[in-house]
Design a binder for this molecule. Structure first.
Ligand SMILES: [Cu+2]
Length: 503
């Protein structure tokens, strides 16, 4: 369905300037999205200065845009597969920006490449057709070297796609559907966000907060009925990897990930969620009427499972490098943190029987047989995180980064230690089409591995220290320059990002 028509209008009718739109494009949905400085009441006392997206619907169903009450996050955008969408982006920030629709397969000019960033006061027009499956996607800025700072200050939002296949499942909805964007933040004594983009150690580790915000609220308690609940989770943090689990004996049923529903439900007790990743989760609270609170937590794990190992030997460990220079102490990756609490009301909720089969995948799922394998070593050298031996270049692509539209490839991400033994976990994101994780091998025993869910279509895969992870991707049918990069935003801003070109 994405196929032929998508390519035709991409090639013929999309100007690259993002200023005029396309005369032949008739949108089903049109809205403006304005990024501007603002304020939010997050903690008790003084409001917090944030940067935020505000939306205004010009055309389309009224439920297309929904504000999250009291949140600094942008409006929740609800779209349907097959809709044609026009977004008028107004940059009212004091610096350049551009919006990326994370997980959506859109034409080059609508993908938010950093070379298309528009200056303060300027506008940009996005036009695309929603060809993705039903799922939890999101949007955030993508200007080079400023993505981490802009997202941290509040610029992010959920983009939820629905389709008929998902409708047929009758999943818990309304008050039983919870949108949970996980973001760790640090605040100073005046309730203002703390971000130290100039601290080299914190950039190398990725910037961490000391408390978890859920859709803009600090560690909320959510009142729910004693029935089935659906949690759509997004790790919208700059650098934190969560090891999520329930405090009580509550069954966790995973039904989807980055690219929508799995083929079959998956039951596990812990879930590893890396920056950029999403999870679609069902929980059965039937029979838990007015019981004790149920906490959703990020369990403790050794920092080395995610963080930079080998730094201590260099005398640049947390003690000297990070804690020593920090104004306030962040909680390390691996710190035990409370995420949210569910409090069951004494009221019977919806019952639900999880279907054995949730969705079907198109033919590209098994298209990989015989595809050539490209190895992409990941290593820290010359004070840079390198992908395939290279750092980011705004418009450059290497021969092995050039692919034919719609062709299938296997890329093997190899997370290597440098000469000093330094390495870190990296969530690798590819723009364009979703990919499939084929194989995960190597590495040493790692506390995060048991919670990793590789099922279904993915656009972010966590590559743990020492691991080799093989993915199969059928690239987008839209020609142009797209990105792959680490979704630890500080790594991305340091240049852990590359283009690939689709011809
Ligand atoms: Cu990284």
């Amino acid at each position: 369905m994405a196929g032929a028509t998508g390519r035709a209008y991409a090639a013929a009718a999309f100007p690259l300037d993002g200023q005029t739109g396309s005369p032949g494009f008739v949108p089903d949905v049109e809205f403006t999205l304005t990024a501007a400085p603002g304020e939010a009441s997050i903690l008790t006392g003084a409001p917090t200065r944030v940067w935020r997206f505000a939306g205004q619907l010009n055309k389309g169903p009224a439920h297309t845009l929904a504000e999250l009450p009291g949140s600094y996050l942008g409006p929740v955008i609800r779209l349907r597969r097959g809709q044609k969408v026009r977004v008028r982006f107004h940059n009212r920030l004091p610096e350049p920006s551009i919006v990326h629709w994370h997980g959506l397969d859109v034409p080059e000019v609508a993908d938010g490449h950093p070379r298309l960033a528009v200056g303060a006061g300027r506008d940009y027009i996005y036009e695309f057709e929603v060809t993705n499956r039903a799922g939890t996607y999101w949007y955030h800025p993508h200007p080079h070297m400023r993505t981490g700072a802009q997202v941290y200050q509040g610029l992010a939002g959920l983009l939820i796609v629905g389709d008929a296949e998902e409708d047929a499942l009758g999943l818990p909805s309304g008050g039983a559907e919870h949108l949970c964007v996980l973001q760790d933040r640090q605040f100073d004594v005046r309730n203002q966000l703390v971000f130290r983009g100039d601290n080299m150690m914190e950039m190398m580790n990725g910037f961490l907060g000391d408390r978890v915000m859920v859709s803009g609220r600090p560690q909320p308690t959510i009142d729910v009925d004693a029935g089935w609940q659906r949690l759509r989770l997004l790790n919208g943090s700059n650098a934190r990897i969560y090891k999520l689990a329930w405090s009580r004996d509550v069954k966790m049923t995973l039904i989807g990930g980055d690219g929508g529903l799995f083929e079959r439900p998956l039951r596990q007790s812990v879930l590893t969620l890396a920056p950029g990743q999403r999870a679609d989760l069902l929980v059965d609270l039937t029979g838990m009427a007015a019981g004790p609170d149920i906490h959703f937590v990020s369990q403790a794990y050794p920092e080395a499972a995610a963080g930079i190992v080998g730094m201590m030997g260099m005398g640049m460990g947390r003690g000297m490098g990070m804690r020593g220079m920090a104004a306030t102490a962040a909680a390390a990756n691996g710190a035990s943190l409370r995420v949210l609490t569910l409090r069951t009301r004494d009221r019977k909720g919806v019952s639900y029987a999880v279907p054995a089969r949730l969705s079907t995948f198109d033919g590209t799922w098994t298209a990989g047989a015989g595809a050539r394998i490209r190895q992409v070593p990941i290593v820290f050298q010359r004070m840079e995180w390198l992908l395939g031996g290279r750092t980011f270049e705004m418009s450059q692509v290497a021969p092995e980064e050039t692919m034919a539209a719609g062709s299938t490839h296997i890329w093997e991400f190899m997370n290597l230690a440098n000469g000093m033994g330094m390495q870190a976990a990296h969530p690798i994101h590819m723009h364009g089409r979703q990919f499939r994780v084929l194989q995960r091998s190597g590495g040493t025993p790692n506390a995060l591995r048991a919670g990793v869910a590789d099922e279904g279509w993915r656009d972010v895969v966590l590559v743990l220290p020492g691991e080799t992870v093989r993915v199969q991707v059928t690239v987008t049918r839209h020609p142009g320059l797209y990105l792959y990069h680490c979704h630890i935003l500080e790594h991305e801003d340091m240049g852990m990002m590359r283009n690939f070109r689709v011809n």
